[in-house]
Design a protein. Structure first.
Length: 447
């Protein structure tokens, strides 16, 4: 029987969600709006600024995973890369929102682009080994579930604190350049504390992986991740579902600030929209956990996805009657969103164990690349819709009237688009066979 992990190790691992959840959430929530409505960057140029760092992230994630697999065979374990990412991420993150006043739109966009590339590189160094870590902490199914439950709970809290608290901090500091800088400094301290807590809390409890991890080259590790996607049906299906749902979340998050400002007529409404989406997770996570125990994780994910699609589809009513009811609909979507966050992340360690945890870094690298792609394309979809419908960018303090086509696109990006993406993911989820996490004979021991 596996040794039960001590509470400090479990809480230490969970604390990393403050860093991963915070960095994944805040740029997707406010960066597009920061570019178009504070720095006056045109929507299509802002698209480039948002997407290029994410393309870079997608390219390096599997390579970082391979490096992580090699580190897993050493005494330092995967935490060596995690420490590097934890110490450097706050620098790039603050830099993104520290654009000097007086820069023109193109120069300001270039500044944000450079800092975003640095931040995403650091994030990859932490996030990729972090996802693979549960399989190294314990091989016991029940213990992995316990570890993941704590992680998801803190993830929901972190998303709520950063997603609602970040914009609130910005607004309290007066908005504009100064408001965004104050927001970035405050959140950076929180991210750093969470990531360092994970490194300190888990380092002594890791088991090394000696097989393929000790000799895998970066290129071979990249191939290992792709081979797992190709040959392990459960992994391929789960990753594809997760990417589509991350894209749905990314579109909705990026559109939220525009909905607050141009549909509900109050920029500060973003805090309440975000709280309505994320806060239910703190209450319903135990209920989702018990429901999954009866229905299975895949079955519970289907129910959560259906509820999310229905709730977001109802939000199209904002075209005709925006009002208080929007927060109720977003709250229902938030209950479903909690399940959509919990179940894929709880299912991934099972899939990694079935495929062979010596490739956990390569598989988590591809997983992170997929998540990054989905979340990165969310703002891109919104910005492209705005650019095509004539949205007018502005500098800080300016309020410009928008074309009807642009205000309609904002509502559709917050409602129909995420509903359609989650509905598409349900079609893929039908191929996931939860009890049979099997691999082909060639999936283990890849060079």
């Amino acid at each position: 029987m596996q040794r039960r992990l001590p509470r400090p190790a479990v809480l230490g691992y969970a604390a990393g969600s403050v860093g991963t959840g915070g960095f994944s959430t805040l740029p997707g929530l406010v960066l597009a709006y920061y570019l178009t409505d504070t720095l006056a960057v045109p929507a299509l140029l802002a698209t480039v600024v948002v997407v290029v760092p994410k393309v870079w992230d997608v390219l390096i994630d599997p390579l970082v995973g391979a490096r992580s697999d090699r580190d897993a065979a050493t005494r330092a374990g995967r935490t060596r890369l995690m420490l590097l990412g934890a110490l450097t991420l706050p620098l790039g993150f603050v830099g993104m929102f520290a654009v000097p006043t007086g820069l023109g739109p193109v120069a300001a966009g270039a500044w944000v682009l450079g800092c975003f590339v640095l931040a995403t590189t650091s994030f990859s160094c932490f996030q990729v080994p972090y996802i693979a870590l549960p399989a190294d902490l314990t091989g016991d199914y029940a213990e992995r579930t316990r570890v993941m439950a704590w992680r998801i709970a803190l993830l929901a809290l972190a998303i709520l604190l950063v997603g609602a608290g970040g914009p609130a901090l910005r607004d309290a500091a007066g908005g504009g350049h100064r408001g965004y800088l104050v927001m970035a400094l405050g959140i950076a301290v929180l991210l750093l504390a969470g990531m360092l807590a994970t490194v300190a809390g888990t380092r002594r409890h890791l088991s090394s992986t000696r097989a393929a991890g000790s000799s895998t080259s970066a290129l071979a590790g990249y191939r290992a991740g792709l081979a797992a996607w190709r040959e392990v049906r459960a992994y391929r299906t789960l990753l594809s579902v997760f990417v589509l749902q991350a894209l749905a979340s990314g579109v909705m998050l990026a559109a939220a600030q525009y909905v607050a400002a141009y549909t509900l007529g109050d920029q500060t409404a973003l805090t309440f929209l975000f709280a309505a989406l994320v806060a239910p997770a703190l209450l319903v996570m135990p209920l989702w956990t018990r429901y999954a125990a009866r229905r299975g994780k895949a079955g519970a994910l289907r129910v959560a996805s259906l509820a999310f699609a229905a709730a977001t589809l109802a939000l199209v009513g904002m075209l005709w009657a925006p009002g208080w009811w929007v927060y109720l609909a977003v709250g229902v979507a938030g209950v479903a969103y909690a399940g959509m966050q919990l179940f894929p992340l709880a299912m991934l360690p099972d899939v990694i164990s079935a495929a062979g945890r010596e490739r956990g870094g390569a598989m988590s690298g591809l997983w992170t690349a997929g998540e990054t792609t989905g979340l990165a394309l969310g703002p891109v979809v919104v910005l492209v819709l705005l650019g095509l419908t004539g949205f007018r960018s502005s500098a800080a303090g300016e309020v410009l009237a928008q074309p009807t086509a642009a205000t309609t696109a904002i509502v559709l990006a917050f409602s129909i688009v995420p509903a359609a993406l989650v509905a598409s993911s349900l079609l893929l989820l039908r191929r996931y066979d939860e009890p049979a996490l099997t691999t082909t004979p060639s999936t283990r021991g890849l060079p």
